[in-house]
Design a protein around this ligand. Sequence first.
Ligand SMILES: C[C@H](O)CC(=O)SCCNC(=O)CCNC(=O)[C@H](O)C(C)(C)COP(=O)(O)OP(=O)(O)OC[C@H]1O[C@@H](n2cnc3c(N)ncnc32)[C@H](O)[C@@H]1OP(=O)(O)O
Length: 643
Amino acid sequence: MAKAKVTMEVGNDGVAVITFVNPPVNALAIQIFAGLKEKWNEAAMRNDVKAIVLTGYGGRFSGGFDINVFEKVHKTDDVSLLPDVSVELMTNIMEDGKKPAVAAVEGLCLGGGLELALGCHARIAAPRTQLGLPELSLGVLPGSGGTQRLPRLIGLPKAIDMMMTSKPIMSEEGEKLGLIDAVVPSKELLKVARQWALDIAERHKPWMRSLHRTDKIGSLSEAHEVLKLARKQVKQTARNMPQHFACLDVIEEGIVHGGYNGVLKEAKVFEDLVLSDTSRGLVHVFFAQRATSKVPNVTDIGLKPRPVKKVAIIGGGLMGSGIATSLVLSNIFVIIKEINPEYLQKGIKTVEANIRGLVARKKLQQDKANKAFSMVKGVLDYSEFKDVDMVIEAVIENVPLKQQIFIDIEKVCPPHCILASNTSTIDLNVIGKKTSSQDRVIGAHFFSPAHVMPLLEIIRTEKTSAQAILDLMAVGKTIKKVPVVVGNCTGFAVNRTFFPYAQSAQFLANLGVDVYRIDAQIISFGLPIGPFQLQDLAGYGVAIATGKEYSSAFPDRIFKSPLLDLLIKSGRNGKNNGKGYYIYKKGEKARPDPSVLPIIEESRRLTNIMPGGKPISITDQEIVEMILFPVVNEACRVLDEGL
Ligand SMILES: C[C@H](O)CC(=O)SCCNC(=O)CCNC(=O)[C@H](O)C(C)(C)COP(=O)(O)OP(=O)(O)OC[C@H]1O[C@@H](n2cnc3c(N)ncnc32)[C@H](O)[C@@H]1OP(=O)(O)O
C-alpha cells in the first residue's frame, strides 16, 4: 500500500488540484490532515492559484476518518491522538478561506470524507457516488462539522435520517436534495470541477459557505418538532445507543445557537463518545468483520474462487426458500428440489413472496424482482443436478436423511460441485461420513430469515479443502452476507455460543422470575427480542431437538426444564399456531398470554429449584447478567478450543 500523502498540482488555468492518496479507500489518516493543511495554505499563498479542487486518488474520494486511530484511542484512552481539524482546517482554512474550493467526489464519500466536501464551496460528483455520514454505526458522531453542515444543505429531516440510519445515498439523490451541485460523467469530473471553482472565483457562480446557511432549516419551532419526532423514534430503535441522542443534541445546539457553536459542541461530544463502551464495541466489530475475510491457509495461498453460477437447494422450507431468495437476488441460478409437488409449490411461492416483500418495502425494483423470479426453478428429482456448482441441503435435522442425501448428490453432481449442508447443529463429519468426497463437504449455515440476516457461518471439517472454503466465502460475499469460517462442533460457533442463552432464561423462569420481565430486560439491554419470544418464533420443536444435541455434547452444563414439553402438551407451539408465551394475531403486536402462567407454575413445581419454594428476588441488572454471562463464557470456550 502506498504511503498516505497529499499532492497538489497547479494548472495553467490557475486551479490547484489537491489530491489525497491513501488506498484502498483513501482513509483520512493523521498525515493526510497534516498534508491537506500544508497544501491548502500553500495554495492560499500562491499568486498563480485562483481556486482549489479537492479530490481523492483512484476513483474513490474517501471512506472517512482513519478508524485505526479510534482503535489506538481505545487502547490508550488518549483522545489527544485525534486530530483537531474541525475548526482550524475545515472551518477557518477551508470554508472561510480566501480562495473558493470545489470537491470532486467519486465512488465513496463517507464520514470525514463527506465532511471535507461539505467544507468546500460546491460539490461535483460522478454518477452513483455513495454519500453518507455512517459515524453513528461506529459509536461516535460526525466530528468534522457534519452534524451542522449537512442539515444546512439538505434540510433537517433528511439529514437526521442519514445520520441516524448511517445509510448512504447516491449522488443522483444528493443532487436532487441540494447536497451535490452537479452529477457529471466520471471522465469529466475534474474538468467540470475546475471550471466550477473558477466560476466561483469570478463570481459567476455563488460562493456558498454551508455553515452560514439557514434557508433549509426552517423555523425554530419546526426544527424542534423534527427533533422531537427523531428522539421518539430513537427511543424505539436505538434506545441504548448514546451516540444517537448525543447527535440530536449537537444538531439542536447548532439550530438554537448557530452553526459555529454547533461545531464546537460537536468536537467536544465527539471526544466523549470515542471513549464510550459503545464505540469500543462497534469499532471492534468493524475490524472483526473485515478480519473474517482473511483465513490462514485459505485466502493467503494464491487460490482463486471458482465461479458458482448454478446452485441446487434441497428442501424448500423456510430456510431453503430464504437461501434461494438470497442467491437469485444476486443473479445465481437456483433449482429447488422437494419431495412432492405440494411442498415444491409452497417453496417457490415463499421465494416469490420474499421477493415481493422486498419490492413492497421499496428495497428492490420491480425489474430486478422479475429477473430474480426467472432465476428459480423447482424440481422433484436429481435430473438437473449434473451441472450444478454447489448443493445446499436444507432439510430437517435428521441424520440418516441427510446422510442419504449426501450419498445421492455425490453420485449425481459433477466432481467439482461443493456439497454443503445448512444444518445448525449436526456434526458435518457425520453428515458426509458415507461419501468419499469429504474434501467437498462443508457447512453453509444461514440464519432465519435467510434472505435478510447477514451472517453466513461456514463450517469446515479437517478434511474440507481450502478451495471449497474459498468458493463458499466468495458466494457469501456475492450474496452480500458476512461469511465467517469456523470449526466443526455441536452447534458450531454461533448456536454453540448461544445455547446457554435459552438455558439461563429457562433456569430463571423456574426460579420464579416472570418470563415477560426477563424478555423486557433483555430488550432493554439492546437485543431485538427476549429469549421467550425468540422460542415462540423459532418453534418449540427446534428448541427440543437442538436441546437434545447439547445435552449429549455438554452434559456437565445443561439445565433440563420440562416447560417446553408442558407447553406442547397444552397445545401451544409458539408463533406457528398463534399460541405461546405470547398471543399472536395477524396484523397485531404479540402480547403476553396470562393463560400460560399456570403451565409455568407447573414447571416450577416439577423442577423444584426455588429456594424454600419461593420465587427468588433478583434485580434487573442481575437478570441480564444471568442470561448473558453464560453466553460470554461459552464464547470463551469456543475460542479456547480453536473453533
Ligand atoms: C471525524 C469523522 O466524522 C469520523 C469518521 O469519519 S469515522 C469513519 C466513517 N466512515 C465509515 O464508517 C466507513 C467505514 N468503511 C466502510 O464502510 C467500508 O470499508 C467502505 C464502504 C468504505 C468500503 O467497503 P469495501 O469496498 O467493501 O471494502 P472494505 O473491505 O470494507 O475495506 C477495505 C479496507 O479498507 C479499510 N477501511 C475502510 N474504511 C476505513 C476507514 N474509514 N479507516 C480505516 N480503514 C478503513 C478496511 O478496514 C479494509 O482494510 P483491510 O483490507 O486491511 O481489511
